[in-house]
Design a protein around this ligand. Structure first.
Ligand code: SF4
Length: 640
């Protein structure tokens, strides 16, 4: 029985002396064991502190040992979680379960060194700055002894180092079987190892990249398995939309021109006309970006495509592409890299033509401008049918788990997005005593969101709370504008350290926050989830307003269109439940262990003045509530 494994004196405790099973953890493990035996689909909401990783690992590893399962795929929401699962939790459970199968960690392509691109970049960088050359030599030396080619092994290389995209590959620029470095390719080796393994740890992006590839009928990245477990499953609907959609960006064209230029400078120096046509393409791509005449932003391509200037530049771009295709055609077969560039150019050309057409039914067409680039995209209005079909093709057990799947105890929002309406759903109680460990404040007299001067008001009202708690606070905002204004204001008024999202990488900011022990961190979206600061270092979480998505955001726009078509209410059936899920994620940053205590402050009176406020309130654990900031200060000062 699985409960014996978790019980006092059981197999797990014999390996982890301090281990104490929680009732919700055993319940979850039992439910997964039963789902495996019955080949069911199970959706489980398990709160922070349940110990859900052990709760799903134990039944799958033990079932494998019994021969009930063949291959196991576990998918997490991010690389950080993937690493943590593979390096920390999995080894303990493998040991405790006597699991003898083979295990692999498989990441997306951008995590592995591409030997071919490294060699090429080294050639190109002979005249570049010394610091770049030193970095490249370090990478080259590491490439000789690394077994995996996983660039996270090079700890001296920051996650956001500009050099990384230059030494890793994309689907576009990988030469595949034509690559001279194919036999030593780290990605090929990693994928082969994954294919032969019994348990593979992947992330959601990789899972959908594999589904998208399988739909084309060409290849596969991961093998079929008898059980699929998705941790942080609340992220799946958004990622699915991304992968079932299509997109092409001016960045891809610019990268392509660089590669053709490389062929000209190294292999085909006499191809002057090709160099000129490539330069024309580069300029034409830049002109197309400039024709949008905005700094950055997203919007409807249906509306924007009627702009005469934009269409003029787009038609010019098509002409230039056609000319370059003709020019390269004459040199095909003279260089592997050029052959590959030719394929890419044709592919981008077709995609651009497809995305320019606004008549594709069932999709939302949109553009996204950054400072330097613009992309055209189509996103399916609904992915439920395709996702369900893809799952049905695999006869397997499917487990979806996260701390935030339900809205007021109901799972419809999640299940309808993925076509999982007929699945079994389960909600587990939190192991924390929120009544004693927390206090929830919606301060009195806060103006409605978007009221002019709100930012100054918040700084004035909340500074005493932050100071009395000696920092140890996250201020989670719903927009970059509010985040930046608050950070400026708090830096001016507070004497304690104020950290701001974007000043450093996410991990560096979290490390600094913990190291200071008295900081205020002002952040937005990326800190609402996947951040774990246990203990009293983080004992106050402030949220500026309810996290409703902007109706301008492309994915939300697509879902709103879909709701209209189905006769549903875009606000009540789409925006509201999504905001509740996001809200629960933000709130989840506060209490991370049974010993944590803290205050949650939400500066949005709509929680108590609007009818829908109860949906947010009833989706939270039962925290004592107050409207008084003085009580918040008392609570914080009484934390030992
Ligand atoms: S096969 Fe692709 S990823 Fe591998 S080394 Fe060659 S270009 Fe790089």
């Amino acid at each position: 029985m699985i409960s014996d494994f978790f019980s006092k004196g059981g197999a797990l405790q014999s390996k982890l002396l301090n281990f104490r099973a929680r009732p919700a953890q055993i319940k979850m493990a039992q439910a997964i064991e039963s789902a495996i035996n019955l080949d069911e689909t199970l959706i489980i909401e398990a709160q922070t502190g349940t110990g859900k990783t052990f709760a799903y690992l134990a039944p799958v590893l033990l079932s494998f040992a019994k021969g009930t399962l063949q291959k196991i795929i576990i998918s997490t929401g991010s690389k950080t979680l993937q690493n943590q699962l593979f390096n920390k939790d999995l080894p303990v459970l493998i040991d405790a379960c006597n699991f003898v199968g083979t295990v692999t960690l498989l990441k997306g392509r951008s995590n592995y060194l591409c030997n071919e691109r490294l060699n090429r970049f080294m050639l190109e960088s002979k005249n570049k700055e010394k610091s770049i050359q030193i970095e490249l030599v370090k990478i080259k030396n590491w490439s000789i002894y690394t077994k995996t080619g996983d660039i996270s092994e090079m700890q001296s290389l920051p996650e956001d180092a500009f050099i990384i995209p230059l030494i890793t590959s994309t689907n576009d620029n990988c030469l595949g079987r034509d690559c001279p470095s194919f036999d030593d390719c780290f990605i090929v080796k990693a994928r082969k190892k994954a294919m032969d393994s019994d348990l593979i740890v992947i992330n959601h992006n990789l899972f959908f990249a594999d589904l998208a590839l399988k739909e084309t009928g060409f290849a596969e990245l991961i093998p079929n398995a008898s059980v699929y477990i998705f941790d942080e499953a609340h992220q799946l609907p958004d990622i699915a939309c991304e992968y079932f959609g299509e997109s092409v960006s001016t960045r891809q064209f610019i990268e392509l021109t660089k590669d053709i230029d490389f062929v000209y400078r190294t292999e085909l120096k006499e191809a002057k006309q090709m160099a000129k046509a490539t330069e024309q393409l580069r300029l034409s791509v830049l002109d197309f970006r400039l024709s949008f005449a905005i700094e950055k932003g997203t919007g409807s391509w249906r509306e924007k495509s009627t702009d005469k200037m934009i269409q003029l530049h787009l038609q010019r771009l098509f002409q230039v592409i056609d000319f370059l295709i003709d020019v390269i055609c004459e040199r095909l077969g003279k260089s592997e890299l050029l052959n590959h560039c030719f394929e890419r150019l044709n592919k981008f050309n077709l995609l651009l033509k497809k995305l320019n057409s606004i008549d594709t039914v069932g999709y939302s067409s949109w553009y996204d401008c950054t400072k330097q680039h613009v992309s055209l995209n189509i996103t399916p209005l609904c992915v439920a049918g395709r996702f369900q079909l893809a799952c049905e093709k695999k006869s397997a057990t499917w487990i979806y788990t996260s701390a935030t799947l339900s809205v007021k105890g109901q799972f419809e929002h999640f299940t309808s997005q993925l076509g999982l309406e007929r699945s079994k759903c389960m909600q587990l109680d939190s192991p924390f005593n929120y009544a004693k460990q927390s206090l929830f404040v919606v301060p009195r007299f806060i103006p409605e969101p978007s009221t002019p001067g709100l930012c100054d008001f918040l700084i004035k009202q909340l500074s005493p709370v932050i100071c009395s708690n000696k920092g140890r606070c996250f201020f989670l905002c719903t927009s970059h504008a509010m985040m930046n204004q608050l950070a400026v204001g708090f830096k001016r008024t507070l004497t304690l350290p104020v950290l701001l999202q974007g000043e450093k990488s996410k991990q560096a900011l979290i490390d600094e926050f913990i190291c200071h022990g008295n900081s205020l961190l002002v952040a937005t979206s990326s800190f609402w989830e996947g951040v774990d600061v246990p203990g009293q270092t983080l004992s106050c979480v402030i949220i500026d307003k309810l996290p409703f998505g902007s109706p301008d955001e492309s994915l939300l726009k697509a879902r709103i269109e879909d709701a209209y078509l189905k006769g549903l209410s875009p606000f009540f059936d789409v925006q509201l439940p999504q905001a509740v899920i996001n809200f629960k994620q933000g709130v989840g940053r506060l209490i991370r262990t049974e010993k944590d205590k803290g205050v949650l402050i939400v500066c949005d009176t709509r929680l108590v003045t609007r009818k829908y406020g109860h949906l947010f309130l009833n989706s939270l654990p039962s925290m004592p509530r107050t409207r008084s900031l003085e009580k918040a200060i008392d609570f914080l000062q009484n934390i030992k």
